[in-house]
Structure formats: C-alpha cells, structure tokens
Design a binder for this molecule. Structure first.
Ligand code: RP5
Length: 175
C-alpha cells in the first residue's frame, strides 16, 4: 500500500505542531509520509517533492510553515494535488504572519488554510478529501465525528444534572 498523504514542514521546529497531523492519520490508519522541506533553505528539494508527489501515489499534501510561510503556496503552485496549509505560531507575531502568508494566495493557486497550529484539522480535512474516493476512510471519519457528538452530548447531560458549579469543580479536579 502506498502512502496517500504527504506531510511536510519548513523546519524541525514545526514538528511538535505537525505531529498532531501524523497522530490523527495514525489513529485513522491512513498511510502517510512526513518530511522537512524548506521553501527557502531546500528549494530544489521542494520542487522535486511537488513534482514527484503524485507519481508516488500521494493524493493530499499537508504543509506546515511559520513566519514568511511560503512552503504551502509554492507547493500548490507546483502540483495539482490539493494542498492544506498549517500556519505555525511564531514568537514575534504569534503566527499572524504565517496565517496571512498561507491564506492570501492569488486566484488560481488555492491553499486550504487551517487555523494557527491547526495540524489536527489539516489531517481531518485530508481524510475527508480522501474519503470521496476511499469509502473506508469516509466511514472512519464518520465514526470519529459521531464520537465527537456523543462526547459533547454526554457533557451537556452531566451539566444539566449537576449544574455549572459542580461541573467546573469536577473539571478542575480532572486536570
Ligand atoms: C519556516 O521558518 C519554518 O516553517 C519555521 O516555522 C520557521 C523558523 O524556522 P527555524 O529557524 O526554526 O528552522 O521556514
């Protein structure tokens, strides 16, 4: 079986955030690769990565980058695969720089931009895209979303039963 998702990031300093994407794909048993590919420091690798991804069987690319976050957009300019961008939180501008660099793409070259540090949502969206052509992945996503619903309904039931004060006490003792 070939990996379906390619996770890339501009630096190893992005890995703690991007690991959330890997963890979700592992949870859903979706094969993937994970690599450091920098738009500025390894430009030739970036070009090769984008042109080879489809041939290798990759169907969705998740690209995380921070600051002058050009990686997702440049990858999107080099491939017809869907690219999901993850803006990494930065020290100087809290990730607003990353968010705008990734979101403000010119017409014709879209990047599906997640929230700052939204690597888990990137993996969920990647699975939803894959689910269109891979019914087992769609089923796993549906199960995941059903579990989310059940968890919130349970919380709501408990809140209704014990009231806000006791609920908050329970929350802080669970920490
Ligand atoms: C970007 O520059 C990377 O995506 C990273 O978020 C940021 C800082 O990189 P390092 O200086 O930590 O390697 O290319």
């Amino acid at each position: 079986m070939k990996p379906l998702v390619g996770i890339i990031m501009g630096s190893d300093s992005d890995l703690t955030v991007m690991k959330d994407a890997q963890d979700f794909l592992d949870e859903l048993d979706v094969l993937h690769t994970i690599e450091i590919v920098s738009a500025h420091r390894t430009t030739r690798k970036m070009v090769n990565y984008a042109s080879d991804a489809k041939k290798k069987g990759i169907q969705v690319i998740i690209a995380g980058a921070g600051g002058a976050a050009h990686l997702p957009g440049m990858i999107a300019s080099l491939t017809s695969l869907p690219v999901i961008g993850v803006p990494i939180k930065t020290k100087s501008l809290d990730g607003l720089d990353s968010l705008l660099s990734i979101a403000q793409m010119p017409p014709g070259v879209p990047v599906a931009t997640m929230a700052i540090n939204g690597a888990k949502n990137a993996a969920i969206l990647a699975c939803q895209i894959l689910g269109v052509a891979h019914p087992p992945i769609a089923e796993r996503i549906e199960r995941y979303k059903k579990n989310l619903e059940t968890a919130v309904l349970k919380k709501d039931e408990l809140l209704g039963k014990i009231g806000a004060e006791a609920y908050l006490k329970r929350m802080s003792s669970d920490k």
